[in-house]
Design a binder for this molecule. Structure first.
Ligand code: FMN
Length: 332
């Protein structure tokens, strides 16, 4: 099954093996560097992957997560990004870029401004606070939210102009859109309220619709969705079917499953595909291809997850970094 082609939006992927987004810190203060172009050229070599998702790129300066995160916040990034798109396409692999805003996970000492978030609540991804010093965020106004939606749409337009096949909207791992999805960090009472699933999914829905409006039908829109917090009072498994239907209804062409406030790991779990219960729930409830990532290191395990109907596509992250010949070994 791993070798079977699959349709995602208007894009036909030649197989189901995906390189998920992995931040490299190889940009030069946000600008695409030679090292970054070489890295993606190397990862796509031989054309064995079905899809590559370029690491998280920030849509506006106050949403920056780390010093050498790639910028898609201004038009000057278009031509440099085109070098990556050309290098990967020359190897015959489709490429989308992940677009993100870190919200309360943006370190103030990096951005020079107080972070923004759905509510004045500290980030609930405890991993972040072990890596960087985070501040209490300011609650976003409706104006902030309107500007943010425009920022995502503008970033997607730049990525399209740079020759990419699509974008991935980052709503996972406790970054800004994940903060809206989690009842732990969303205490709002307006249309984005943390008290209802409709409120918690509203912003992602509006961003998907704005990107579609800007980039048109042929441009792939993936949603990286941290569908569960695995924490008391947080986003839960039983909400997945209804939320998946909302995201698919908004026009997401692909749903890429990961964790939210737990990050990309799941405490107490080491089985290959530790988020399989989430991707399976999406598959059963919404008519959209589902990508599962997390702990997958062996081809047989990947094939089994596909055969058991847990997902339509398989993401392999760290195992691919360790062994860059993995796609060739699995897919040849
Ligand atoms: C170094 C590193 C950087 C990562 N950067 C991102 C990122 O930019 N965006 C994202 O959504 N996930 C990111 N992730 C999570 C991966 O996409 C993936 O979900 C995670 O590595 C688990 O899959 P694996 O067990 O196959 O490695 C990153 C993971 C690692 C190890």
């Amino acid at each position: 099954m791993l070798n079977d082609p699959i349709q995602a939006g208007n894009l036909t992927l030649k197989n189901r093996l995906v390189m998920p987004p992995m931040a490299t810190e190889k940009s030069a203060g946000g600008t695409v560097s030679d090292a970054l172009v070489r890295y993606y050229a190397e990862m796509s070599q031989g054309g064995y992957l079905g899809l590559i998702v370029l690491e998280h790129c920030y849509v506006s300066p106050e949403g920056k997560a780390s010093p050498n995160q790639v910028s898609v916040a201004e038009d000057a990034c278009i031509e440099p990004l085109r070098r990556i798109a050309d290098a990967v396409h020359r190897n015959g692999v489709p490429l989308i870029a992940q677009i993100s805003h870190a919200g309360s996970a943006a370190p103030e000492n990096l951005t020079g401004t107080r972070p923004i978030a759905p509510s004045e609540v500290m980030n609930a991804n405890t991993l972040f606070s072990r890596i960087v010093r985070l501040s209490l965020p300011r609650e976003m106004t409706q104006d902030d939210i309107d500007r943010l939606i425009a920022r995502f749409a503008d970033a997607a337009a730049r990525i399209q102009k740079a020759g990419f096949d699509g974008v991935e909207v980052h709503s996972a791992h406790g970054y800004l859109l994940g903060q809206f999805y989690s009842p732990l960090t969303n205490r709002r009472t307006d249309q984005y309220t943390g008290g209802t699933l409709e409120g918690r999914t509203k912003l992602q829905t509006q961003i998907i619709e704005a990107v579609r409006e800007t980039c048109g039908a042929g441009f792939l829109i993936s949603l990286r969705w941290g569908a569960c917090d695995y924490a008391d009072g947080g986003a839960a498994l039983d909400e997945v079917p209804a939320a998946a239907r909302i995201f698919a209804g908004a026009g997401a062409d692909l749903i890429s499953i990961s964790g939210n406030m737990c990050g990309y790991l799941r405490s107490g779990h080491s089985e290959q595909g530790w988020f399989a219960e989430l991707s399976e729930a999406v598959k059963k409830s919404a008519d959209v291809p589902v990508l599962l990532t997390g702990g997958i290191t062996e081809k047989d395990a990947a094939e089994k997850l596909l055969a058991e109907g847990k997902a339509d596509l398989i993401g392999v992250g760290r195992a691919l970094l360790k062994n860059r010949k993995l796609p060739e070994a699995w897919m040849k």
